[in-house]
Design a protein around this ligand. Structure first.
Ligand code: SF4
Length: 266
């Protein structure tokens, strides 16, 4: 069966007016194609233009030709810096890979005392502790986190409501800080929380260990209270006549000045 690929010689610089640089293309609709290359440059073309391009039959000295040339789809004899420019753009675009990831999410529990209408995590009720991360899992996750070559490492605690597993958060932070005595990375912690189970003990720990708190408001008070539903024991403390209702907006708003606010939830 005939190969669908051109022979290697096809891509070698030859006597043609220009050579092709690497790109992909896909049909957009009945009449148009889009070509993209590794540095994110793109060009829409008609089918005849695409065919002319790959057959190396494009006429030079046209705006279309110069557009393709400036976007590194083609290289001609007058563009000996084209490959260097392409390499420079590629290096800039992929720069982050050298540092690898610095943000690591620890989902310490899937339990949550809220039942927000838009919740997109696999939220579990407060009593289902089988959905908590264990200390053994956390230790492995810390090892994995420090495998990153990044100079700065941020550990963010997510859920569910992560503060329902505060003991594990403390374990992870103390262990990571201990490990960092030798690693000497720039280590930071964030707890993404609905704030509903904050206590003096938690706040003191956050202060001692310089932990950032991230929370969210869903908009003005009526919108927030309509979507962020709190269930179970905490609500019972707020309102003994009901077991399920809306978290009031004011406690979050009142303390929001010292927190990072994000939307949607966490
Ligand atoms: S607080 Fe977050 S995790 Fe809990 S129900 Fe709301 S969106 Fe889901």
């Amino acid at each position: 069966m005939a190969s669908i690929f051109k022979a290697a010689e096809y891509f070698l610089p030859a006597d043609e007016a220009y050579t092709l640089l690497p790109f992909r293309f896909i049909r957009l609709d009945a009449g148009r194609y889009v070509a993209v290359n590794e540095v994110g440059e793109w060009q829409t073309l008609t089918r005849p233009e695409l065919e002319s391009l790959v057959r190396k039959e494009l006429p030079g000295n046209t705006p279309f030709y110069y557009s393709l040339k400036s976007k590194h789809f083609i290289q001609d004899r007058d563009s000996d810096v084209a490959l260097d420019l392409l390499a420079l753009k590629m290096r800039t675009k992929r720069h982050r890979i050298a540092e690898f990831t610095s943000l690591h999410m620890f989902v310490v529990t899937l339990r949550c005392n809220h039942s927000c209408k838009y919740c997109q995590v696999s939220r579990q009720s407060e009593d289902r502790i089988a959905f908590d991360m264990t200390a053994a899992m956390a230790d492995k996750a810390i090892d994995f986190t420090f495998c990153s070559p990044a100079k700065a490492i941020k550990i963010e605690f997510q859920g569910g409501e992560p503060l329902l597993n505060f003991e594990l958060i403390k374990h992870i932070i103390l262990k990571a800080e201990d490990r960092n005595k030798a690693e000497r990375r720039h280590l930071a912690f964030v707890i993404a929380t609905n704030l509903s189970v904050l206590s003096e003990e938690i706040l003191n720990f956050c202060k001692q260990h310089d932990i950032l708190i991230s929370t969210s408001l869903d908009g003005p008070e009526d919108l927030h209270n309509a979507t962020s539903i709190i269930c179970g024991s905490l609500w019972a403390r707020h309102n003994s006549s009901s077991q399920c209702g809306n978290l009031t907006y004011e406690p979050i708003w009142a303390c929001s000045g010292s927190f990072v606010l994000r939307s949607p939830c966490k």
